[in-house]
Design a binder for this molecule. Sequence first.
Ligand code: GAF
Length: 400
Amino acid sequence: MTTTARASGDTDASFVETCRELFVARFGGDPAGVWSAPGRINLIGEHTDYTGGCVLPVAIDRRTYVAARPRPDGMLRIVSHAYAGQPPVFLGSADLHPESAAHQGWAAYVAGILWVFRNRTEIPDGFDIAVYSTVPIGAGLSSSAALECAVAAAVADLTATAVPPSELARLAQYAENAYVGVPCGILDQMAACVCQAEHALFFDIGAGRYEHIPFAPESHGLVLLVADTGISHRHASGEYAKRRESCRQAEDILGVPRLGDIRAASLETVLAALPDETLRRRVRHVVTENERVRRTVELLRSGRLAEIGPLLLASHASLRDDYAVSTPELDAAVEAAISGGAIGARLTGGGFGGSIIALAPRDRVPQVVAQIQGAFTSRGWKPPAAPLIPRIADGVRRDA
Ligand code: GAF
């Protein structure tokens, strides 16, 4: 990692063109269009989505682009720049079922979307699809949701299926759950489909309500940066499923449909009704995290963005101590960011690796970066790549 953080991204237009060129080179002829969906950072509200709680993500200017064209024979042909040396993945209708997903690797995220659309409406077509992405893979920035949502937008447009963005997110989540077999919540797909530039998305999942909250750290002299620990978070799907299962058990014991319905005022009573310390810790995280999201939103609504730092830190502590999804690398990066002058920092995404976010005064960014680098090298760890300073971007869209 250098001590100079870099802003992310070239121009969008060049990526759209690169994706189109990949399509032309590998399939011949022009695509019918190019669509894209962003990666995301969750500002706060972690491991709350699958219990009907609150989340507060922003979309970032790292996107997955998809050039697509229908084909009349029902086949699905997919290429990705990330696997440039490989022949296209070629799937027939008979391959489009969840039992085949394990053999399809990354292409299952594309195939799953087709499968969902075919189950929902009579889509006769197949597709040629070329994928080009600037979302880092395994960094906890939701590269999978970006791919699913870009493909879903392409398929919806090309089959003239009118799907509102929030419904597109649900279809993409369903594809990931039922086809790919990852038991994720709706956070990542909602961020990829519904977020707006310069805004965070406050989504109260239990209430089914969302609101765009202005979010512009630079107008407070602050910078939001993302540092990837380099530990891929993908190894952790078993642990993620265990956390979900603990929440489900607690809901059964407490007789509530969703932990997200429990407010902080009744926390002590609720904890006293649980039989073991692990469940009490998991529930305490979920309930207090929802409260932190609401307090963060109140601060943002009243123009007090510079005061959210302690809430970010409390979120990290809760994820580390109560929810047990942090790692030594994530903890070290958060501590180093704070000692470098950040006003708040936390792991973002599911944990078990991936990235941290830090909110820092602009003039402290070099120290924050240097402290993180020092923390890693002094422990003998590979220093993280240069942090991203993302622009807060729009959700899914048609680019060409
Ligand atoms: C992962 C999941 F995909 C999300 O649904 C969410 O649960 C997140 O972890 C934790 O907040 O990104």
